[in-house]
Design a protein around this ligand. Structure first.
Ligand code: DAK
Length: 261
């Protein structure tokens, strides 16, 4: 595993925990963080020892307080496109990753930080989490897919209100409107919950998990027919050894042993 300046990586029993580690800047997402996240996901993709990824933030104040405003302030029309393309590509990689990705959110998840959490497949928050899209305060709009993912997750009316008022909401409100899956009492319990969910997912057939992710993503795509993607994925599952093993184990009244093949 490479070493990183802005991330801490920890691999434990097939769970790769990526901790955003710029606590002095509330884990704001600068170009180095984005480049290192890209490298970390390439490692997670290539490595058979990694079954799934949990993303969290270091320190007690923030998951990530957004894109780095010092860097954004330097953008002009020439370099902004590259900046946008790099970021959007990374967030799409996370959303389409065929191993499960869980965001464990404690403290601020604002702007690009909220967008990063939304690109993950599942969100677990601590009670001290706060979510918001304050970009309009800076004369900007969300640029990492936030206008799209927030609208899909919580509905257009609520998403527009959050993005137009720049208001923050707390973890319970985020749970009530469907932005997060679970709220834990503390940061430690949040990590325990994220790990427990990940362990449950990792006990299932890995190729089927990947195809669930791909098929669910297709439900939100206007480029492909989600039902067709589901039918094709279903057919591919039926060609796997894990499908033989899963059905045989059920019929033989034993636990399946999946190999991801
Ligand atoms: N960027 C850089 N530094 C940040 C930061 C950020 N987003 N947020 C906080 N910091 C830094 C602060 O400057 C401060 O640094 P020092 O002054 O100590 O050097 C340190 O973190 C601690 O912050 P505070 O002193 O402000 O802490 P408080 O507890 O008082 O306040 C806060 C916490 C989260 C309420 C406050 O820091 C805050 O409002 N932060 C900014 C939140 C924000 O506006 N986030 C949205 C950023 S805009 C795009 C893609 C993405 C985006 C746009 C385009 N394209 C692809 C085109 C996304 C944009 C954004 O995310």
């Amino acid at each position: 595993m490479e070493t990183y300046n802005t991330l801490i990586l920890d691999l434990d029993d097939r769970i790769l925990t990526i901790t955003l580690n710029r606590p002095q800047a509330l884990n704001a997402l600068n170009s180095e963080v984005l480049a290192e996240l890209k490298a970390a996901f390439e490692y997670a993709y290539d490595s058979p020892e990694v079954g799934g990824v949990i993303i969290t933030g270091s320190g007690e104040k923030a998951f990530a307080a957004g894109a780095d405003i010092k860097e954004i302030a330097e953008l002009n029309e020439l370099n902004a496109r590259k900046f946008a393309e790099r970021g959007q590509e990374l967030f799409a990689t996370i959303e389409e990753f065929e191993k499960p990705v869980i965001a464990a959110v404690h403290g601020y998840a604002l702007g690009g930080g909220c967008e990063l959490a939304m690109a993950c497949h599942i969100r677990v928050a601590s009670a001290a989490a706060r979510f918001g899209q304050p970009e309009v305060n800076l004369g900007l709009i969300p640029g990492y897919g936030g206008t799209q993912r927030l609208t899909r997750l919580i509905g257009k009316g609520r998403a527009l209100e959050l993005m137009m008022t720049a208001d923050n909401i707390d973890a319970n409100e985020a749970w009530r409107i469907g932005l997060v899956n679970h709220v834990a009492d503390s940061q430690d319990e949040m990590m325990d919950q994220a790990v427990a969910i990940m362990r449950k997912i990792l006990s299932k057939a890995p190729l089927a998990i990947g195809m669930v992710i791909t098929s669910a993503n297709a439900a939100e795509s206007n480029k492909e027919d989600g039902y067709l993607v589901e039918a094709n994925s279903f057919a591919r599952c039926c060609g796997t050894q894990d499908f033989r093993e899963g059905t045989a184990a059920f019929l033989e009244k034993r636990q399946p042993v999946f190999k991801g093949q």
